[in-house]
Design a protein around this ligand. Structure first.
Ligand SMILES: [Zn+2]
Ligand SMILES: [Zn+2]
Length: 311
């Protein structure tokens, strides 16, 4: 297998332990990626799930030598970084971490945003006391060679702060992630029944729709032909339309439509709403599976803590 992905956190916004989320998991965003037979490790996001990944690394990887890895952050919203102070390798000498992520505010570099969680007002240990060697690197849209045959492309998505989508390519296989992300909307919407509606407004509405469609097409192109796509699906269509527009998340419907349009082979729905129970998740997704049966060969899965997907 070329790439193996294991989920350590699949939940959006805040950890949600409890009986209603025990099957798919209550930890926030953390993905473990392994490339090739030598098990090369890359981590994506440092949500609360990274604490359990740390346990696995200590039990297995550390026996083979110091932990040296890259952590790619999609963005710095709290649910994607809150686990960092509990990532045990940061307390172990000879650990080497390179942390990459988008920087939305120049006065707040990554080191400050991530590292300030380790200050006495929030945590009993300060960043300066960590034993690991940690480097922080601002990441933009880019196309880079990670070495060992792994190519990484990144693309900005639609969220209230800068967010990067990731596209990893290795041995002819493609794994993409697109969260936290909301479909681009027409920024100039006006109903023909509006008294201000005239020829000029009609033109602006048309142009706005064309621009939004073009941006959505660029995102689909970014994960074109992916073997596996991890996509935001926080909301049901009616939830999104009833007041969640602009919060930066997609619907199940949008994730499925975009993946289908891009010729994705396997879609994994991710960033589950904190209020979504296991039963409700399955009911929603089974509904879409039934509707698509016989029409599409795309496989649809629900991201689940502890589950591994191979491509
Ligand atoms: Zn999030
Ligand atoms: Zn976010």
């Amino acid at each position: 297998m070329a790439i193996r992905l294991t989920f350590w956190g699949v939940r959006g916004s805040i950890p949600t332990p409890g009986p209603k989320t025990v099957k798919y998991g209550g930890n926030t965003s953390c993905l473990e990626l392994r490339f090739g037979d030598d098990d090369r490790l890359v981590i994506q996001d440092a949500g609360s799930g990274i604490r359990e990944l740390a346990g696995k690394l200590l039990a297995n990887d550390l026996k083979k030598g110091p932990i040296r890895t890259k952590i790619f952050l999609t963005h710095t919203h709290w649910d994607h970084i809150m686990g960092f102070p509990f990532f045990t390798p940061i307390f172990i000498p000879k650990t080497e971490l390179e942390i990459f992520g988008p920087v939305s505010f120049e006065e707040d570099p990554l080191e400050k945003v991530i590292g300030d969680q380790l200050s006495y007002r929030y945590f009993p240990i300060r960043q300066a006391e960590l034993s690991a060697t940690i480097g922080y690197f601002a990441l933009k849209e880019s196309d880079q060679d990670l070495g060992g045959g792994v190519r990484l492309r990144t693309k900005y998505l639609n969220h209230p702060i800068l967010v990067l989508g990731y596209r990893f390519e290795f041995e002819g296989k493609v794994l993409c992630t697109a969260y936290d992300h909301e479909p681009y909307q027409n920024v100039f919407e006006m109903s023909p029944s509006d008294p201000r509606y005239n020829a000029e407004a009609a033109e602006a509405v048309k142009e706005g729709a064309v621009a939004a469609a073009a941006e959505n097409e660029k995102v689909a192109q970014f994960f074109r032909g992916a073997d596996l796509l991890v996509h935001d699906s926080q909301y049901k269509q009616e939830e999104w339309e009833a007041g969640k527009k602009g919060w930066g998340h997609s619907t199940f419907k949008w994730a499925i439509e975009q993946a289908y349009r891009a010729g994705v082979k396997h879609l994994v729905l991710f960033h589950h709403d904190p209020d979504r129970s296991d039963a409700e998740l399955e009911q929603i997704v089974n509904g879409y599976r039934a509707a698509l049966a016989g029409k599409s060969r795309m496989q649809i899965s629900i991201a689940q803590e502890g589950r591994t997907f191979e491509v």
